[in-house]
Design a protein around this ligand. Structure first.
Ligand code: NAD
Length: 368
């Protein structure tokens, strides 16, 4: 994939060459930094995950829901009464650029179907507001590059809703791996999937979703491979299986198995699916120990054990912690143990494009 790397280099974004870890383990002792200014957030897209984030933000100490952006007036009035949002902080998809003159909003959290993220983040940046964007950040690596550039040009942050990067048991496993407690990492297994219902939903529409299970849930195994192993994959192989071509038409993947090779010689074996119930398991193996998590990326509580015993970190509401931590990132310059910057979203898209290519061609795809 020489051309892929060249493309990213030309954009000034050598995605695969960036170090994965941005900060030291100091992060671990301070994940509840609760003093400082409050991040005033407008949620765009008042659907099921937007609602979850809004509910979780009620318990935030440093982030507050102050605005909404929606195409459905009845949802806006409902949210206004539920969360005490004044009329002047309510927008629709046509007029939300006016947020630039609204001091009640510091950041827009984009929680809409995947294919809409790019334009909505770019408009957010042009309005001078920080952008928080749900995963997948875009539906292609070139979209992600544009989004990063727009936020950079506007001097605003672009953060991706990678809530697991703040989750205490996940962070503990990363700490153990970083401090050598697992020895040299040799193998990771990531299994991410669920059985998708309604065949008419946007998740099964290629134009809005950008793909199928991989874009939606397989991304957890992709992203997890990187933060659990602590390296960037250098090659990928993949195999696609389809049992229902009506529900999962061309371009909407149902099940993909994929394998990564890492520079150290470690390997990963993963599964992404829309056809298996509650598949949510990570297994990391090193020369001196292991970590096993199940559930590993669901809303929690995240459970697991290592060769030293059960994981016992505090159980938190992921989105509450995420939003408090994002406030600390924006106002205090704090960084999580694994980045949630736009570059992180780009890396996952580059790898997922490699997975799709490997599945289509049946060939091993080099990622550097
Ligand atoms: P959803 O269908 O429940 O909500 C999507 C919202 O976008 C709806 O309110 C809908 O009205 C609105 N919307 C705006 N324009 C639309 C259009 N053209 N077509 C369809 N809907 C439109 O979906 P969701 O589950 O809330 O997912 C939204 C985003 O959040 C996705 O990118 C998804 O990957 C992400 N997500 C992340 C997590 C996580 O744990 N981080 C969990 C679920 C979803």
């Amino acid at each position: 994939m020489t051309s892929r790397r060249n493309f990213l280099e030309k954009m000034g974004l050598t995605a695969m060459g960036l170090p994965l870890m941005t900060h030291s383990t100091d992060y671990l002792t301070s994940y509840h930094v609760l003093d400082g200014p409050t991040l005033k957030v407008a949620i765009m897209g008042l659907g099921s995950y937007g609602t979850r984030v809004a509910e979780a933000m009620k318990s935030c100490k440093r982030a507050k829901l102050t605005g909404v952006i929606s195409g459905t007036p009845s949802k806006i009035t409902d949210w206004q009464s539920k969360y005490g949002i004044p009329e002047k902080n309510c927008y629709n998809y046509e007029n939300f650029d006016a947020v630039k003159d609204n001091p009640d909003i510091d950041a827009i959290y984009v929680i809409t179907p995947n294919a809409l993220h790019k334009d909505q983040v770019i408009r957010t940046a042009k309005a001078g507001k920080h952008a928080i964007c749900e995963k997948p950040m875009g539906i292609s690596s070139s979209e992600c590059v544009e989004m990063i550039k727009a936020c950079r040009d506007a001097d605003v942050r672009l953060l991706v809703g990678y809530r697991m990067h703040f989750e205490p048991n996940t962070v503990e496993v990363i700490r153990m791996r970083m401090e050598g407690e697992l020895g040299t990492i040799k193998f990771f297994q990531g299994q991410s999937g669920f059985r998708i219902g309604n065949p008419n939903q946007w998740r099964l529409n290629k134009e809005l979703a950008g793909g199928g299970a991989m874009m939606d849930i397989g991304i957890y195994a992709v992203n997890g491979s990187r933060y659990m192993v602590g390296e960037e994959p250098i090659w990928v192989t993949a195999q696609e299986t389809k049992t229902d071509p009506v529900k999962f038409p061309e371009g909407v993947d149902e099940t993909i198995q994929f394998q990564f090779g890492f520079p150290s010689g470690a390997v990963a074996s993963c599964l992404s699916t829309y056809s298996m119930n509650g598949l949510d398991r990570f297994f990391l193996n090193g020369t001196e120990g292991f970590a096993e998590m199940q559930p590993s990326t669901g809303y929690g509580p995240i459970k697991g054990r290592t060769h030293k015993g059960p994981l016992t970190e505090p159980i938190v509401t992921h989105q509450t912690l995420q939003m408090d931590e994002m406030a600390a990132m924006i106002f205090d310059g704090k960084e999580p143990i694994v980045s949630v910057n736009g570059e992180e979203g780009l890396k996952d898209l580059v790898i997922m494009e490699g997975i799709y290519e490997a599945a289509k061609t049946g060939k091993r795809v080099n990622l550097i």
